[in-house]
Structures are given as C-alpha cells and as structure tokens.
Design a binder for this molecule. Sequence first.
Ligand code: CA
Length: 238
Amino acid sequence: MGKLIHIVEDEADILELLQLQLAGAGYHTRGFADAPALLDYLLSEQPDLILLDLMLPGMDGFEACRRLRSDPALRRIPIVMLTARADIEDKVKGLEFGADDYVTKPFEASELLARIKAVLRRSAWEGEKNVLDITSDFRLDFNRYEAFRSGKRIDLTLTEFKILQLLTKRPGWVYNRNQILDFLWGTDKIVTERTIDVHIRNLRDKLGELAYMVKNVRGLGYKFSTKQEQNGLQDGQA
Ligand code: CA
C-alpha cells in the first residue's frame, strides 16, 4: 500500500510536477492550492505526511504548521516544508513552528524523495520497548510517540520525541550534534547542527520543570540525566 501525501502548493505547475514525481515513486497524493483547503480536508482524511509550501496566499506555511501542531488530532502528522528561499532564518523558523524537515526550491526530485522517505521512516514504529518510565511521573510511549508527565501528555513534535528517544537510550552518555543529526536524518541530512539546538530548545520549553534532564554539555553536545547537577554544566544555553 502506497503512503498518502497531501501537498499544499499554490503554483499549479509545481503542484502537478510534485504529484507526478511522488506518484512515480509509488505514493498516493492529494493536492491543495491553499492551507485552509487542506485543513478542511483533514477532517475527512489524514495523510501519512504533508508537503507544505511556505509562501501561500492567505495563510502561509508557518501559520498552517502552527495550527497543525496545536491540534491534538493532527499534530503527529509529519510535515516537510517547501521553501523558495535558502534563507536559514526561514528554515529555523519552520522547525520552530514544528516542521520535521524542509526542502529548498528549486529541488531535485531525488532529494525531495529522500527527505520524504527519511521522515516517513522516522515516523514508523521502531521502538524496541513500548514504554519507558523515566521517573515515577515521566513516561515515554514508543508505540504512540508520546511523552507523559503525571499522566498528562506533553505536546512534542515527532523530531522532539525522537531526540528524547535517542538521549534516553543511554542516560549520562553525551551525544554530539552530529550524532543526533545522524539519528534523526541519517545520510539524507543537509541541515546544520544549529537545527539541533532549535529542536532541543523547543523540547526543553515543553518539558517545563523536567527540562533540566536534557543537559547541554558545553563544547560536546547533549545528554540525558535525571540528576540535578549544581556544577554549572547543567541546562546551559545552546
Ligand atoms: Ca508558493
């Protein structure tokens, strides 16, 4: 069964090209000329992934991303953003708004397909253990890709959850940014290490009082530990 991808792109030529390329790779697609049309349609059918253009008439890709991520029923659908600008600020902003990855226009079909494949692979179930109780009131559910604090779900994006998944595999072990990038994007990555810092910052914001567990080890990377450290290495700004 081919995966279903919803594409939001206001330029008809590009939309048609995307649909041809994705169909050629075995995906089912559905195209939308603007974000509200997609949001309406999601009430009746949810895709395996959304390919979202940044520059759209009316509601732009950032706002669409924000809305998708703030809706509990939709927030786990992976999002790949299409941006015409190579501007790093746009990319960082896209990730801050919850996109899982981005592709810069003009793009090669092979690059786009590799990105989509990588994001879909990440979203597939691959947990060895289903549930990990980190503390008595902090739980990770690897089947559902959800984190719970005192029984309440913490609103994490797939990428944020995956970072927790990696770091909690070996508590105390320091992962450098490149290792985290490798885990998240494999060999398909062309993102910068700075994007990891953005995801970590978002993750910490959402963890609230638990944020201290995701520790920045200056000059090295990040580690996970439930110990409250007082030596100045803890919880530093990235
Ligand atoms: Ca556009």
